[in-house]
Design a protein around this ligand. Structure first.
Ligand SMILES: O=C(O)C(=O)Cc1ccccc1
Length: 303
C-alpha cells in the first residue's frame, strides 16, 4: 500500500516560507493545510485535520517569535524536528509590468525588514505589510495589480505566475529562519535524538539559574539557545526555554535527572534530531553595505 501523504498545517498559504520549510523537512509530496493563524495550526492538529505543524520559532535577524513559545506550552504537542531555511527574497510582478511603473511593495513585515538596503535605493516605493508573502503574490495575480510588486520566494513566483524582476534583494545573505516540526503524542517516535527543547522555572533566588546551567556544563551538554518568557500574572517568574544538544545520550539523561531537583514545572517539549546542513556553516558572503539600517515605514508611506 502507498504510504499516506503527511498533512502539514502551516500559518499562511501554499508557497509561503512555511510551505518551503515543510518541503525541506518532508519533501514535496505533502498535503499542505493552510491556516489563518499559528493557533489554528495547533487546532487542526488537535482536530485530526493535520498530522504535523510546521512553525517558525526564530529568525537570525528578527530574533525569537515569542508568541510561538507560549503556543508550545499551551498545546504541549511534542517537537519532533527542526529545519533551518535561508530566507531568499525576490521582487516579483505580473508579467509585462516594468519596475519603473511600480508604486507599492507588499510583503510580510519580516521580509520587508530584510530588504532595507534595496529600499534605500527606491525611497518612492510605498510599503504595504501583510501576514504572508505568498498571499501578497497571489493577490497581485488575482487582482491583476500592475502597480504593485511582492517580495516572496521562487515557489510563489512559480505558483502564482509572476515574473521575478530582481533576485535576492535581501540585505543579509546569511539570514535563516528556524522552524519546529510538531505532531501528536501517538506519532512522536524519533530514533536516536541528539537535541531537546526544555522548559522550566527556577526559584527567584541567588544563583538558581546558574546552578542549572552549571549542570549542563559539568555533563558536557551544549546549550544552543535560551529564551525567557514571563509567567502570566506572576511578577518576577519566568519560563526558561532551553535547547540542548549532546553526543552521549547517557549524559543527557543524567543531566535531566539532576536538573529536576533545581527546577519546577519542568517539561520536555521534544527530543529530536538536530538539523545539519553544510550551508549553515559556510563563510559569510560580503554585505552590500557595511551600515545596517531599518526602514522607516511611516516616512515612506507619508511621501
Ligand atoms: O510570509 C511567509 O511566507 C511566511 O511563511 C512567514 C515568514 C516570513 C518571512 C520569513 C519567515 C517566515
Amino acid at each position: 500500500m502507498k504510504p499516506k501523504k503527511p498533512r502539514v498545517a502551516i500559518q499562511g498559504i501554499r508557497a509561503s516560507f512555511h510551505e518551503e520549510a515543510a518541503f525541506r523537512y518532508f519533501g514535496e509530496d505533502i498535503i499542505t493545510v493552510e491556516c489563518n493563524s499559528f493557533k489554528q495550526t495547533f487546532e487542526s492538529l488537535k482536530n485530526g485535520e493535520a498530522d504535523y505543524v510546521v512553525m517558525a520559532i526564530e529568525n537570525s535577524i528578527a530574533g525569537s517569535i515569542l508568541p510561538n513559545y507560549s503556543l508550545l506550552m499551551s498545546y504541549s504537542f511534542p517537537v519532533v524536528g527542526e529545519v533551518y531555511l535561508p530566507i531568499q527574497l525576490h521582487l516579483m510582478a505580473l508579467p509585462g509590468v516594468r519596475f519603473d511603473d511600480v508604486k507599492y511593495v507588499t510583503s510580510h513585515p519580516i521580509a520587508i525588514r530584510q530588504c532595507v538596503d534595496f529600499f534605500d535605493e527606491y525611497p518612492h516605493l510605498k510599503i504595504v505589510e501583510s501576514n504572508d508573502t505568498a498571499a501578497c503574490a497571489k493577490r497581485i495575480r488575482d487582482e491583476k495589480l500592475t502597480d504593485t510588486v511582492a517580495i516572496a520566494n521562487t515557489l510563489a513566483a512559480k505558483l502564482y505566475e509572476l515574473d521575478v524582476l530582481e533576485r535576492r534583494i535581501e540585505s543579509n545573505k546569511k539570514n535563516f529562519t528556524r522552524f519546529l516540526i510538531l505532531t501528536t503524542h501517538e506519532n512522536a517516535k524519533v530514533a536516536s535524538p541528539d537535541k531537546a527543547s526544555l522548559c522550566f522555572q527556577v526559584s527567584n533566588e541567588v544563583g538558581a539559574l546558574a546552578k542549572v546551567l552549571n549542570i549542563f556544563a559539568e555533563q558536557g551538554i551544549n546549550m544552543s539557545k535560551i529564551q525567557s518568557m514571563p509567567v502570566l500574572g506572576k511578577p518576577n517568574e519566568y519560563n526558561f526555554y532551553v535547547d540542548v544538544e549532546w553526543e552521549e545520550t547517557r549524559k543527557y539523561e543524567l543531566t535531566i535527572k539532576q536538573i529536576l531537583k533545581y527546577t519546577h514545572n519542568f517539561n520536555i517539549l521534544g527530543e529530536y534530531k538536530r538539523y545539519f546542513e553544510e550551508s549553515l556553516h559556510e563563510r559569510p558572503v560580503p554585505k552590500r553595505s557595511a551600515e545596517k539600517r531599518y526602514i522607516d515605514i511611516k516616512k515612506i508611506n507619508n511621501k
